[in-house]
Design a protein. Structure first.
Length: 269
């Protein structure tokens, strides 16, 4: 997280660390190229059906988009509001915000073995918006930055700004549901990657055993399309289960369950 003071109404600009951005962008670009290359190799070199290359090319496209977002991501805190650049540019006026909060990012904390904090804002219409690059593994730094943003918000939201506690409460409830959904998907992705690693490790063991016993000629000739289907299924199965759970929870919220408005009552906004 990088915060700088600027002129012309700009109070803070948050960008990613340059070294980390370059590393992540190159990593995404390299793995995206490998996914695309492997998918085309299966089609051209192994005579697999063209549909086999679709998931690989989709993964490559997602990685290329992630690299683009990593380089482009920035949050600008100004006198007139927030400007967020990620995949697209969004502008939020201070008068339209009802809260600025610091949240604990549990998946990132578990992965890095240390607290990871992020800043989110709640819009008057109930939306929860995460601020790109306003995130840090140093708790004191994150607390300091959220206080700076909150101070600018309170100073520039206008004299006619009125609190909306019912909207803020509903927004926080929806933010909690969104965090649960995000945690489910992150956990599912972890299980999918683990399943692929287990499959790769198991295949390596089998290949080594065949080579060590001198039975390399009897190793079964498995079509590339079958291997691609098995690996894709192993990776996507946990994700599909997680997304089904997310959809089921959302249907429950729409019916007034799981902390939502009872009896189909419309939200306060």
């Amino acid at each position: 997280m990088a915060g700088t003071t600027g002129g012309g109404g700009r109070v803070r600009t948050y960008r990613g660390h340059l070294g980390s951005m370059i590393f992540l962008a190159l990593l995404c670009a390299v793995f995206g190229g490998l996914f695309a290359f492997f998918g085309l190799l299966l089609v051209i070199g192994a005579d697999a059906p063209g549909a086999v290359a679709i998931p690989f090319c989709a993964a490559a496209l997602a990685l290329f988009l992630l690299a683009f977002c990593v380089v482009r991501g920035v949050t600008v805190v100004g006198d007139d509001g927030l400007t967020l650049r990620w995949l697209r540019t969004r502008r939020l006026a201070w008068a339209d915000l009802v809260a600025v909060e610091l949240e604990h990012n549990e998946p990132a904390s578990a992965q890095r073995k240390r607290p990871v904090m992020g800043v989110v804002v709640y819009h008057r219409d109930g939306r929860r918006v995460s601020l790109p690059n306003v995130i840090d593994t140093r708790i004191l730094s994150a607390h300091r930055e959220v206080e700076v943003i909150r101070e600018v918000w309170e100073r520039h939201r206008g004299a006619d700004w009125t609190p909306r506690p019912e909207v803020a409460g509903t927004a926080r409830a929806r933010a909690g549901a969104s965090a649960r959904d995000q945690n489910s998907v992150v956990e599912a992705l972890w299980w999918g990657r683990t399943a692929v690693r287990v499959l790769v490790f198991g295949m390596l063991i089998v290949v080594v055993l065949f080579l060590a016993t001198g039975n390399a000629e009897s190793f079964p000739d498995i079509p590339g399309a079958v291997l691609a289907g098995v690996f894709a299924a192993a990776f996507l199965a946990p994700v599909a289960i997680a997304l089904a759970g997310v959809a089921r929870r959302r249907r429950g919220e729409d019916r007034g369950q799981d902390g939502g408005p009872e009896g189909g009552e419309p939200p306060p906004w």
